[in-house]
Design a protein around this ligand. Structure first.
Ligand SMILES: [Zn+2]
Length: 295
């Protein structure tokens, strides 16, 4: 799932590519992606609106439009927004073939998962590619969208300048659950998922199952610093592309090349050479070094 560095990479790309563009039409072949309003109404309402600015809230992309509208995109498991030019061609009653009209990075593989396209007044488009089809899109009044529980309930952003150590310590110290789960819980701290929780806990030498409120002050400090360091590094490397993440031009991020433990089970720990372990945790996996990260 795209996490803070991946979502921020897309947001930065979109801010460079689509500000000031007017949406002239929408195409989709998977209406379930559009959660609000009804797809037909969505199509009508968004037509003619201009892109004003793009922001990130946790893992959500907020596209502010003219006339007080706000478009929320949550990429969920496999979604990612691309800017380019495509042609949609109906090949059977429910099936379309999506052909990229721009050469280069927007590869055929990605095109096959495009289910939603926004057309702009300069002839270019923004497409949502989504292999698993869990991504969601909502359009509405700025105030209405901003007040949705999923945005209202977000905890402080993991890279927020105002998230000082004292505040982080205070938040984490009140959680009795496992530290990895606390880090991934968007209502506690927002922006972190499976990849960067594994990486930060490894750097801080903390076992993923350790109860959050049992961390020592030193461990909490190490974790705070590790979290910021890992996220900033990943942001610089434009995210992790182990599975299908691409930036808005279709390019892969490169944090996966320098990652420490995430999806590295059976490989030697970069610090002590003990083999990295993977354990199940509430339907997800935690990767860690059993020697460096003792419970
Ligand atoms: Zn180790």
């Amino acid at each position: 799932m795209p996490e803070l560095p991946e979502v921020q990479t897309i947001v930065d790309d979109l801010n460079r590519k689509i500000i000031g563009r007017k949406i002239t039409a929408v195409w989709f072949d998977w209406p379930k992606t559009i959660k609000n309003p009804k797809p037909k109404v969505f199509e009508k309402e968004i037509k003619g609106l201009e892109v004003k600015k793009i922001k990130r809230a946790g893992k959500n992309i907020l596209i502010y439009l003219s006339h007080g509208y706000l478009l929320l995109v949550h990429q969920k498991m496999t979604g990612h927004l691309l800017v380019g030019k495509w042609r949609t061609q109906k090949i059977s009653k429910f099936k379309y073939e999506i052909i990229s009209l721009e050469k280069g990075l927007l590869r055929e593989k990605v095109n096959g998962y495009i289910h939603l396209i926004f057309y702009f007044d300069n002839g270019r488009q923004m497409a949502l590619s989504d292999l698993r089809k869990f991504a969601k899109v909502l359009l509405g009044d700025k105030e209405k969208i901003e007040n949705l529980p999923e945005l209202k309930k977000l905890g402080p952003d993991a890279l927020d300048k105002k998230l000082f150590f004292e505040k982080f310590e205070n938040i984490i110290g009140r959680v009795s659950g496992k530290i990895k789960q606390a880090l991934m819980n968007q209502e506690i701290i927002s922006g972190i998922g499976n990849i960067y929780s594994d990486e930060a806990l490894f750097l801080a030498k903390i076992h993923p199952f350790k109860p959050a409120n049992k961390l020592t002050k030193k461990e909490t400090k190490n974790l705070y610093l590790a979290m910021r360091r890992v996220l900033k590094r990943a942001l610089k490397l434009r995210g992790t592309s182990i599975s299908d993440f691409r930036d808005a031009s279709g390019r892969a991020g490169t944090y996966n090349k320098v990652r420490l433990v995430y999806r590295k089970e059976g490989e030697p720990c970069p610090r002590c050479q003990t083999l990295i372990k993977r354990v199940k945790m509430a339907g997800r996996s935690a990767h860690f070094c059993p020697y460096c990260q003792k419970l």
